[in-house]
Design a protein around this ligand. Structure first.
Ligand SMILES: Nc1ncnc2c1ncn2[C@@H]1O[C@H](COP(=O)(O)OP(=O)(O)OP(=O)(O)O)[C@@H](O)[C@H]1O
Ligand SMILES: [Mg+2]
Length: 137
């Protein structure tokens, strides 16, 4: 059983991404982890933001998406579920130097200790796990 978990449903609208960042900060704060100045916690906020941003940008036909957060033994699992069948690349690269997009999953891959994508129902769940330091670095 996770020591703390939340699940929230969001509309696939750009404004929702800030609410997802707040969801992560609130869950960490509820366990006494203040994200500000804590690099591992800020990384978790960033990863959740990228995954939610992808649900908004690339799975907008879903209409809504859900974000589940589970904190267990110092690991935060972030799962973003949408109903779009397309998936992120398994091996993200930075791509063209001049490209204005296409870096989100590269960041997730760099910051998460593990991440993946699993088909679920008519869509999929993109998940990432990060180690959270309780102490500020
Ligand atoms: N939730 C998703 N549903 C469908 N396709 C996705 C999803 N997430 C990522 N993808 C696909 O993977 C590609 C790479 O995602 P990535 O987040 O790296 O870049 P981006 O979203 O295109 O740009 P950026 O994140 O830099 O703004 C996307 O362009 C999209 O084709
Ligand atoms: Mg993206």
């Amino acid at each position: 059983m996770p020591e703390q978990s939340t699940r929230r449903q969001y509309p696939t609208r750009p404004e929702s991404v800030a609410q997802v960042r707040t969801q992560v900060r609130e869950l960490l704060a509820s366990r006494g982890i203040e994200p500000h100045g804590n690099e591992s916690a800020e990384n978790a906020v960033l990863v959740a933001s990228e995954l939610a941003g992808n649900a908004v940008c690339h799975a907008s036909s879903s209409g809504s998406y859900s974000v589940t957060l589970e904190l267990h033994g110092g690991i935060l699992a972030i799962s973003v579920r949408d109903t779009e069948i397309e998936t992120p690349p398994q091996w993200p690269t930075l791509g063209d130097a001049g490209a204005t997009t296409g870096r989100g999953m590269f960041l997730v891959d760099a910051l998460a200790r593990d991440w993946g994508c699993a088909h679920k129902g008519e869509g999929k769940v993109v998940w990432a796990e990060l180690l959270i330091d309780r102490e500020r670095p």
